[in-house]
Design a protein around this ligand. Structure first.
Ligand code: SOE
Length: 364
């Protein structure tokens, strides 16, 4: 019986709580947390049932085996780098970094160390089944891609936080925050790579409760082409009333379409000219990589935290030497930062931008 992993968490917000539940589900030891102040660290440690609130990152690193970085975006690169330089494995929230250069530095520093990014929507079992259907050729040649990720938590001028401020969140807000999930999922499911894109962004509300003269975007619209010859459209918005976490993808192949809605992860739509069907999350009917992520039988809905738990469990398995299928690592985080940068550059230049993958990004 090996000793449980000692887990440290950086950050004290919503994601720190999600990460702590996933670590506990993986039978890790919640050893410490560093939040925005020593007092806040002790308060959050008490709230989340974590053993100790530490005063600073260095003290935490000395006492744990793996660190989860759940702080504001601009802190991801320096904090993840400090963890890697201490030789520890790391889970770093997306976006991996606010610039391509910083993300590239992290990928280089992570050489030989387990370093992952929570693109957790890859871990819904039916996403894996969709990916298997496309990889098997059952869907035919991918012709078109329709994706959207709509939320409404930034709809009112009183909705304000560090993400609004480019200095803390990076120059992209909506696309970096949720568009990164969407475009990672599209490349993961299709096994294809975006090669060029055009985009336009909007900042609908230039002034909010705490920030004025806002430059980070509320929404982004993207047109894309892939190496396989597909075309696609994306809409990402955090100001769409009634949409809470509505990530949706629809891949049209020459033989069948596949549709997945993150808010309804228990079914997968398979569209055909004749005989369309709905596939339930029933392990007995799914591809092996999908079935392995089913922790309860069909009819007992799995959801967001289950996907997160599977991601953390696979990361810890990788730390123990395993090679889990589809684990989003720092090179996937770099890919998403590169694509986000391209979306912002295309919007700024009003022109198509090439995003042909680097050699290391040849296949998702
Ligand atoms: C807020 O937009 C947020 O919590 C994102 O930061 C997460 O990555 C996403 O999974 C849910 O929404």
């Amino acid at each position: 019986m090996t000793a449980p992993l000692r887990v440290g968490i950086l950050g004290g917000g919503f994601m720190a709580a999600v990460h702590s539940r996933a670590a506990r589900a993986a039978r890790a030891q919640l050893t410490g947390i560093v939040a925005s102040s020593p007092e806040r660290s002790r308060q959050v440690a008490d709230e989340l049932g974590i053993e100790r609130g530490f005063d600073d990152v260095s003290a935490l690193i000395e006492n744990v085996d793996v660190v989860h970085v759940c702080t504001p975006n601009a802190l991801h690169a320096p904090q993840a780098l400090a963890v890697l330089q201490a030789g520890l494995p790391v889970i770093c929230e997306k976006p991996l970094a606010t610039t391509v250069a910083d993300a590239e530095s992290l990928v280089n520093a992570a050489s030989g160390i387990v370093a992952t990014v929570p693109f957790v929507y890859r871990f819904h079992p039916l996403v894996r089944h969709a990916r298997a259907r496309i990889a098997s050729g059952e869907a035919g040649r991918v012709l078109s891609i329709r994706g959207s990720y709509l939320q409404d938590w930034m709809l009112d001028s009183t909705d304000d936080n560090w993400r609004v401020n480019a200095a803390a969140g990076g120059r992209s807000r909506a696309f970096a925050d949720i568009g990164s999930h969407l475009i990672d999922l599209i490349e993961f499911v299709t096994g294809d790579r975006v090669t060029r894109l055009a985009s336009t962004t909007r900042t609908f509300f230039g002034d909010r409760a705490e920030h004025t003269g806002i430059t980070t975007e509320d929404a982004a619209a993207v047109v894309l082409e892939t190496a396989g010859g597909a075309l696609g459209t994306l809409l990402v918005s955090q100001t769409a009333p009634g949409r809470k976490n509505a990530l949706t993808i629809e891949i049209a192949g020459s033989a069948e379409s596949i549709g997945f809605e993150q808010e309804h992860p228990e079914t997968l739509w398979v569209g055909r000219r004749v005989g369309s069907l709905v596939v339930p999350r029933d392990a007995d009917q799914l591809a092996p990589d999908a079935a392995r992520l089913c922790t309860v039988p069909a009819g007992h809905p799995q959801g967001y935290q289950d996907a997160f738990n599977a991601f953390v469990s696979d990361t810890y398995a990788a730390i123990s030497g395993a090679s889990p299928e589809g684990l989003p690592r720092f090179d996937d985080g770099l890919r998403a930062v590169r694509l986000t940068d391209a979306v912002m550059n295309a919007a700024a230049s009003d022109a198509w931008v090439d995003v042909a993958p680097a050699a290391s990004e040849s296949h998702p």
